[in-house]
Every structure is written in C-alpha cells, then in structure tokens.
Design a protein around this ligand. Sequence first.
Ligand code: B12
Ligand code: SF4
Ligand code: SF4
Length: 439
Amino acid sequence: MAQRRNKPEAGFWERLKAEMKEAAYDLGIDDIGVASPEPFTALKGRLIRHRELGYESGFEPKDIERRSDPSLLFDEPLSIIAIAVAYPSKLQDPPKSEPGARRGILSRSSWGEDYHTVLRDRLARLEAWLRERVPELRAESMVDTGELSDRAVAERAGIGWSGKNSFILNRKHGTYIFLAEMITNLPLEPDEPVEDGCGSCTKCIDACPTGALVGPGQLNAQRCVSYLTQTKEMVSDELMRKIGNRLYGCDTCQIVCPVNRGVNVTRHPEFRPDPELVKPLLEPLLEMSNREYKERYGRNASSWRGKKPIQRNAVIALGNFKEKSAVPALIRVLRDDPRPVLRGTAAWSLGRIGGPEAEAALAEAAERETDEEARSWAERSLASLREGAADGAALSQAEAIPEASGETGRPAAQRPDEAPAELGPMPAGGAFEIAPPPR
Ligand code: B12
Ligand code: SF4
Ligand code: SF4
C-alpha cells in the first residue's frame, strides 16, 4: 500500500492514484478521475453567456469568479478528484396508472434516499481512505450545492463527455450518474478528458418537450420541465401542459439517449426505489398532511422544495389526464386550500377536465376568490369552458407521460410504456391513456 512518509519516494503519487482507482468500487464509487485545479476558463465564458441570455434557473451559485477558479475556494489546490455514483433507471413491477387511479412520477434522480447524503458518504469514505495513506491530506468536498460546476470538473477528469442534453455521459453508466468532487493538496496527475460520443445523434434535443435544449449542450433552464416542477409559483398554460404527470424532475432527454440503453445500476441500496412512493397515486397527494409528507418524502431529494410543488404538480397532472373522478377533490382544493397557487392551479385543472360540476365550481370561484391571480385563472378557465374549448383546439396538446419502467434508449414514440413525446390532438373526451408497462 502506498503510504506517505515525510518525503515520498519516487512514483508514490502515481501508485496512490492507481490504488485509489482500484479501491473506488469498494468505496461505493462507480467512476473516479482526477482534474487539474487550473481555472475553468471555457466554463467561465459559458456561465457569463448563460446568464446574459437569461437561461439560468436561479438555483446556480451566483459568483461566477468563484465557480470557475478553484484557487478561490481552497488554499493552493493541487488536484480535484471527481467521482460518479450510478443510480437505477428502471422500476420493478411499477404500479399501474389507470382511469380512476392516475399516478404521477418522480424523476430517477429522486428515487430512494437523497443523493446528497449518499455522495457525501462516498466522499467521506474516500477522504478516510486517502488520509490513511497521506496524513497531511487537506480536502474540500462538494456535491451539487458547492460552487464548482460538478459537470465541468467531471468532464475535465475524464468521467464522461459533455453531451448535447447538457449531461456528463459516462461510457459505462450513461447519464444516470450523480457527480461530486474533492479539491485536494495532493499532486495527482490529471486524467485526460474522454472523446465526445454524441456524434450526429440529436434524439435528446428532438424529444425535449419544451425546446429547453436550445442547442447542443445548451439549456434554457427557464423552459426545462425539471426546473418547472421545482418552482412554487403558477406556471403558464403552455408549460403546465408540458409537465404531463411529472411530480418532480424530468428524465425525457435521458430516456431517449442511446448511450443509456440497458443501463440500470442497482448496487447501491440507498437508491432502490419504492414504486409506490416514486409513482404515487395523484389524488391522495392533494390532501397529504405535513406529517405524512415528511414521513413519505422527507429523506428524498425532492424534499428540498417542500410539499407545495409536488401537490401543485399533482393538480396539474390530474388536469392533464382530464381525470373526471378527481373533480370533487380538485373542487375542494379550489375552495378550501389556503395557498392561492394551489387554488389557481386547481382552477386551470378543472378547466381542462370540464363538466357541469367543474363549471359551477369555477363560476363560484370567479365570484368569491380573493386572490387576484387565482381569480383570474378561475375566470379564464370558466371562459374557455363556456366557449367549449375544454376538448377543443385551445386545450388539445398535452405532454408525454413518462413511465418509469421498461427499456431505455429508444425514442419515446417507440417505447411501449410511453406516450409519444408530443401527443397529437386529444381524442374525443380528451383523456389520454398510458399503455400497461411491459413485464
Ligand atoms: C442548477 C442546476 C440545475 C438546473 C439547471 C440545469 C442546467 N443544465 O444548467 C435545473 C433545475 C434545470 C436542473 C435540472 C436537472 N439536474 Co441539475 N444541477 C444544477 C447545478 C446545481 C448547477 C448547474 C449549472 O451550473 N448550470 C449552468 C450551466 C451553464 O453549467 P453546467 O451545466 O455545469 O455546464 C456544463 C454543461 O451544461 C455544458 N454547457 C454549458 N453551457 C454550454 C454551452 C454550449 C454551447 C455547450 C456546447 C455546452 C455547454 O458545459 C459545462 C461543463 O460540462 C448542478 C450541480 C453543480 N453544482 O454543478 C446540478 C446537476 C447538473 N444536476 C443534475 C441532475 C441529475 C439534474 C436532473 C437530471 C434532475 C432531474 N431528473 O430532473 C435535471 C437535468 C436537466 C438538464 N437537462 O440538465 C446532475 C447532473 C449529472 C450529470 N450526469 O450530468 C448535477 C451535476 C448534480 C450532481 N451533483 O449530480 N439542474
Ligand atoms: S430535463 Fe426534460 S425539459 Fe429539461 S432539457 Fe431534458 S427533456 Fe428537456
Ligand atoms: S441523445 Fe444522442 S445527442 Fe443526446 S446526449 Fe444522448 S447520444 Fe448525445
């Protein structure tokens, strides 16, 4: 075992790096690489441009100087160790979503335990392993919420290439990897970046429901459904339709990616999903108490935004399903929910579903609602119902309903368990169906 004495013998750092790579799998790490701590000049330009174009989500760290220069975060950095931990892409025996029992879906990155906790654990194991060999180790670890771009570090460290869907794609595990890094004072030799593997493929750009991928590798986060599902405000009519039945996050540009074909790493017990939690019935979510929410989703990566976005998205999903049996529950939200955004969204949803009960409730809300925005949604929905638009052209487009099982790597339209990425006009009656998941 390489062990640092006062002055390391020749070849010590090379051996340490080789042994670290060997040990990674047993430390619960699926890929590891080393990047130099030089400033990230190209990234800096991209971050500035990204901000100028208004493409930020608002969840990015604000200070671009600090984001692109590791020496502003760590005294005399000598290397950055990048790690990737893979997560599953398939659900075993997913519960069926069907009329009267519609279900929503949480994205794969929020299956199982919060990945921040899991990756912090892997970084701590790695740090302990290194410290055993180099007691003088100094290290600063970060995952997601740190200032560095986890993707830019991973790209430089050879974990994968920066794909057209803006992900880091790993040759073995595709996009289904979480990233994290550790800045250190260890003079480890950097790895080489890997070659771009996207070639002429454009499947992710073509499948993105909102056109958020404005160019190869470039994302307008303001239109990204993943971002939209994490907001707490009202969403526009156009984008609510695109949300489909997604409750948190969006995986479409990963599902269609051919590099992900057959990829499904299940070795980390923390990420094993409970199908009932990640593909839950929608209606019970509307009346879920804070306590129930905490019990069910408190340890989940989606919980950082709290209960409200998931409930709002459940209301949107029921509207997108045009689920008539949910009308009484949606009317209760419209009348009684203390949160104006929930009431406004319920108004939109009831306008999508239509029918005499929904219309009467909307007429009442248009009279009684005290919140201006919620009232205006009630008025708009009522007007479109009275114009007979519920099943007509104005409300006829809906977003895909991504299911959480089955093969990955085929275009959505060909997947047996998915509706096509863009559904055509609604059939009479308006509702769309999900074919049963393959066994
Ligand atoms: C803010 C944020 C978001 C925002 C914005 C995402 C975005 N693409 O910018 C929102 C909320 C939309 C989001 C969504 C998701 N996120 Co997020 N997110 C972040 C966060 C905190 C910062 C990202 C950031 O700085 N974006 C600004 C852009 C400019 O920077 P960047 O993406 O790092 O830049 C790289 C590429 O985008 C590319 N690039 C950027 N601009 C341009 C321009 C051109 C012309 C080109 C060619 C390339 C290019 O080059 C950079 C280096 O590779 C990172 C964690 C972190 N600290 O880095 C996680 C992170 C990117 N998210 C992650 C995940 C898992 C997701 C979701 C899959 C969750 C989900 N299932 O819904 C989606 C994926 C959406 C998508 N297509 O990117 C992972 C990605 C892992 C991977 N394999 O790449 C990260 C790294 C978290 C982690 N530690 O694992 N996220
Ligand atoms: S996560 Fe969804 S909305 Fe965002 S870029 Fe990918 S496909 Fe488009
Ligand atoms: S879908 Fe095609 S273009 Fe998009 S990231 Fe995957 S390989 Fe690259």
